[in-house]
Design a protein around this ligand. Structure first.
Ligand code: ATP
Length: 469
């Protein structure tokens, strides 16, 4: 079997030709900054600025709304980042969670074998084959130097708990959130009284000591996952898998990503992780190629089965209808909050000519936009106008993210809001003082509409509600 992407590689152009466009917009407008920048930065860690934290929180909220709030069969969880170290032995991460790594013998740089030109399509066993470097004539991509044979490099970050730094005190920063769900399966089932099929959802930080991070926030060493584990009867797992795959692909589209830049790709049998019966990635056409956005996995009874065996605790489910005891199978949807945020940012980017000037806008779904509404005075020299604006923005803030800006001409203020994706701008002018009406401008159509001041909040909140999937 080969890769089975639904859309071939070459057919679809990315939303943004050059990643640098997004990196510089993120920096300039305060979405994403390099971590610890004043000290020269730290590789593969990024900080979310004032607009970025809003966007990412909105992405997480959108996921939670779809996966928990709107469903009767899924409940939430927030497990610790640190867990009993035995969890990672049982899960297979201590032994298996590694990437094949080679080292350049001249400059000592290290690379993931599957990211070297000429080795991209090798299977996991071929990637670890001691003769692979020689056979394929692989060279250091930086200085062309000779490479060492591949070896396994474990991706888990370690720390110590307590005052003594010895082997017994080693703990891991979780490399995925899923294990927190498996070890809480019984607690959640007993307290929520959910019957199979039901799911547990969690959003939280994960850490991986990635060998070759890069492409901005695509691959980080500290990142956030949005994972849901759906517990089912074994014979229904295949059907649930297909349903979840379709739902998860559609989720990105419902929140604004162009359907043509999404596809699914099934893992080859030799690509499957040790626990997986079937795995399909939802992929997005990034400026640097089609890459994984989210994985949907049929994990069988591997996880609960292993934890039952290693802990000695009974993790079976009792089905009162059939009077059977069994280990549920798990269908997992595993997404990255940072990767999703990055995708929404890239896919929303627009550049167009308006009256001889380039207008940049972010056509973000209104619920994802950092600010929903900006209140702008046409004349900041008129105290009555400014005062009216301040009253309006204070009222809007009680219900949504609103911002006031008077530091430029109105044309410039509109451009600024367009560039950060604010769906609506409300302008207060001299006439507003007489007729009690204001102008509401739409980000995407740039049309303007005059509405009574007291109707502004309801109009904005109604539009937001109507846009929600
Ligand atoms: P890859 O093969 O790219 O290393 P993976 O298959 O190991 O990724 P999973 O373990 O399935 O990824 O993780 C689930 C999701 O978590 C990914 O689809 C991605 O959105 C996110 N994710 C994983 N690793 C990272 C990372 N280093 N930085 C940002 N997001 C990540």
């Amino acid at each position: 079997m080969t890769h089975t992407p639904t859309i071939p590689d070459e057919d679809v152009a990315p939303a943004v030709a050059n990643l640098e466009t997004i990196v510089s917009l993120s920096k300039r407008r305060g979405f994403i900054f390099p971590s610890s920048e004043i000290y020269g930065g730290i590789n593969a860690v990024w900080d979310y600025g004032p607009l970025g934290v809003e966007l990412k929180n909105n992405v997480k909220r959108a996921w939670w709304r779809t996966m928990v709030q709107l469903r009767d069969d899924i409940v939430g969880l927030d497990a610790g980042i640190l867990m009993a170290p035995q969890v990672w032995v049982t899960s297979g991460h201590v032994a298996e969670f590694s990437d094949p790594l080679v080292e350049c013998l001249t400059d000592h740089r290290r690379f993931r074998v599957d990211e070297l030109p000429g080795a991209e399509d090798l299977s996991p066993s071929e990637l670890l084959d001691p003769t692979v470097v020689e056979r394929l004539g692989l060279k250091c991509p930086v200085d062309g130097g000779p490479l060492s044979p591949p070896r396994r490099f474990n991706l888990m970050l370690k720390t110590f708990l307590g005052p003594v730094e010895n082997d017994a005190a080693v703990a891991y920063l979780r490399p995925e959130t899923a294990q927190g769900i498996y070890v809480n399966f019984r607690n959640v089932r007993e307290t929520s009284r959910k019957k199979i099929p039901f799911g547990i959802a969690q959003i939280g930080k994960a850490f991986r000591n990635e060998i070759s991070p890069g492409n901005f926030v695509f691959r980080m060493r500290e990142f956030e996952q949005m994972e849901m584990q759906y517990f089912v009867r074994p014979e229904t797992a295949a059907g649930h898998f297909e349903e979840w795959l379709a739902r998860r692909r559609d989720w990105y589209e419902a929140w604004g990503v162009a359907g043509g830049r999404l596809r699914t790709r099934e893992h080859r049998p030799d690509e499957l992780a040790h626990y997986a019966k079937k795995a399909v990635d939802v992929e997005y056409r990034f400026p640097f190629g089609w890459k994984e956005l989210e994985g949907v996995h049929n994990r069988g009874d591997w996880d609960l089965g292993r934890h039952q065996e290693a802990s000695g605790q009974n993790l079976e489910y009792f089905d009162p209808a059939t009077e059977e005891h069994f280990i549920p199978w798990i269908v997992e949807t595993s997404a990255g909050a940072d990767r999703a945020t990055f995708t929404f940012l890239i896919d929303a980017y627009r550049e167009e000519e308006v009256r001889g000037e380039t207008r940049v806008s972010l056509a973000l779904h209104p619920e994802l936009a950092p600010y929903k509404v900006a209140v702008l005075p046409l004349l900041k020299k008129r105290p009555e106008i400014v005062e009216l604006c301040q009253r309006l923005v204070a009222d809007l803030r009680r219900d949504t993210m609103a911002v006031y800006d008077d530091t430029a001409s109105i044309g410039k203020l509109y451009r600024r809001q367009d560039e950060i994706g604010t769906p609506w701008c409300v302008t207060v002018d001299v006439e507003s003082l007489e007729d009690g009406a204001v102008t509401v401008r739409d980000r995407d159509s740039m049309t303007q509409e005059r509405i009574p001041l007291e109707g502004v909040k309801v109009a904005i909140l109604d539009r937001l509600a109507a846009a929600r999937p």
